[in-house]
Design a protein around this ligand. Structure first.
Ligand SMILES: NC(=O)c1ccc[n+]([C@@H]2O[C@H](COP(=O)([O-])OP(=O)(O)OC[C@H]3O[C@@H](n4cnc5c(N)ncnc54)[C@H](OP(=O)(O)O)[C@@H]3O)[C@@H](O)[C@H]2O)c1
Length: 410
């Protein structure tokens, strides 16, 4: 279930600002969220900021937003931050993953923005879910990796999951308000996720094979962290999003499609059985879905420039090419294959992308590595506990590292 009614009453205008924990505060989504919060100080307070080891970035954010807590999971970085902060700053600096989990579950917290990149975001998101928080989910990898285990924690904790990924936020907005989370009962025929096609949309297979990290991270429409930028370039991002959509909206693979839309103005579409297709449009700026999820079920201004369609001219759409972008096919196979396959694919891909960014793998080998690991492990039984999820993830990472050892960069 995506939402429950516990939190859905309107916010009283005179109510104090809601305390927000930002997991991944120093990243791209973290900063976009802080921009929306800065735009809406009467509604939201950046109560705690969490990151890994970006001391200088966290230092600046503390001075700008005066959070009650700042957590760096890296102890040495937290210690450096403490020493650097002026004595009059009242923010308490904590360290370690356990502290981050405690902050995400703190009784004073209403909303947790899950924007740590990769599987590293799972423990804190789970802590927030078990504590019944309103979770604004950007960290798709945690959901793809843990699947039903994550959703069970959301349900059992009485938590509320609101999608921040622009495509899923668009779908959420296009579903009837009364039945979020169960589109099948409302005549939904298909959910269509749009994809920009990334920087290599028109590149040949040969050009793609040897693309550099700089080329892969130069996204035409969105400014994002490096991992998701590479995933956009391989279209694995869209593949992970297909799995994310299946989980969030409880839809089978046959009701999920991808449509390439280079302008990134239409963020996704929902097709109904009567032939109606609803879409959500907006400029490609993550502050819009973040503001939507923060304020839901109300709306608030996000600071984003309003869409002027007369200036955009053509909106184009085309089918995705799974030959040039095999990661999309692999994600479809993972979706058909069940929970272990999704967890395996995510773990392998995280290793592959990190190796590519470190110059240890060619761009074209990302899909190869993922496929080899999938062939080896995708048939494992679906994990039903957190320990089992972590075990499958670890096996996938080991198999991915085996591939790297067997294929040293030329
Ligand atoms: N960027 C987008 O437009 C966008 C859109 C939709 C969904 N998403 C999703 O949102 C998530 C974040 O993406 P991003 O682009 O914002 O990534 P990013 O710019 O690379 O930022 C990642 C954040 O995660 C923190 N982090 C990494 N490992 C951590 C750990 N072990 N413990 C605590 N914090 C850790 C980083 O802290 P340090 O700075 O200290 O390393 C940083 O704050 C990803 O799952 C992505 O798929 C992003």
């Amino acid at each position: 279930m995506l939402v429950n009614n516990r939190h859905s009453a309107s916010t009283e205008r005179s109510a104090p600002p809601r305390n927000v924990v930002l997991l991944g505060a120093t990243g791209s989504i973290g900063r976009s969220t802080l921009a929306v919060i800065g735009h809406q100080p009467a509604r939201f307070k950046a109560w705690a900021l969490v990151a890994r080891n970006s001391v200088a970035a966290m230092y600046e954010l503390i001075l700008q937003h005066s959070p009650r807590y700042a957590v760096l999971t890296d102890p040495a970085a937290a210690s450096a931050l403490r020493q650097r902060l002026p004595a009059q700053v009242r923010t308490e600096v904590l360290h370690g993953e356990q502290a981050a989990c405690e902050i995400a579950a703190h009784a004073d917290v209403d909303t947790v923005v899950a924007a740590i990149v990769g599987a590293a975001g799972l423990p804190t998101s789970l802590a927030a879910a078990r504590a019944g928080k309103r979770i604004l989910l950007a960290n798709k990898e945690a959901l793809v990796m843990a699947g039903q285990v994550f959703l069970n924690a959301v349900r059992e904790g009485g938590s509320q999951l609101l999608p921040v990924d622009s495509e899923h936020n668009a779908v959420f907005q296009c579903l009837p308000a009364s039945t979020q989370g169960s589109p099948n009962v409302t005549g939904v025929r298909r959910v269509i996720l749009t994809a920009s096609g990334g920087p290599f949309r028109q590149a040949s297979l040969a050009q793609i094979a040897n693309a550099t990290p700089e080329q892969a991270c130069a996204h035409p429409n969105w400014s994002m962290g490096r991992k998701i930028s590479v995933d956009s370039a391989t279209m694995m991002n869209k593949g992970l999003e297909l799995i994310e959509a299946a989980l969030l909206f409880n839809l089978p693979a046959r009701q999920l499609d991808v449509l390439v839309h280079p302008q990134s103005i239409v963020h996704s579409l929902v097709e109904y059985i009567d032939g109606s297709v609803l879409a959500q449009l907006g400029n490609p700026d993550m502050r819009t879905p973040i503001a939507h999820a923060l304020a839901w079920p109300e709306r608030c201004e996000s600071g984003v420039n309003l869409l002027d369609l007369s200036k955009h001219g053509r909106l184009e759409f085309e089918a995705p090419d799974e030959l040039r972008f095999p990661c999309l096919r692999l994600a479809r196979e993972a979706l058909a294959g069940g929970a272990a396959a999704a967890c395996v694919l995510n773990g392998a891909n995280e290793i592959a992308v990190a190796a590519f960014l470190a110059g240890r793998l060619r761009f074209g080998q990302i899909a190869q590595l993922n496929e080899v690991v999938m062939d080896r492990l995708a048939a494992l039984p679906g994990p039903t506990t957190l320990d089992a999820v972590l075990e499958v993830d670890e096996l996938a990472r080991r198999a991915a590292n085996d591939y790297l050892l067997a294929h040293p960069t030329p």
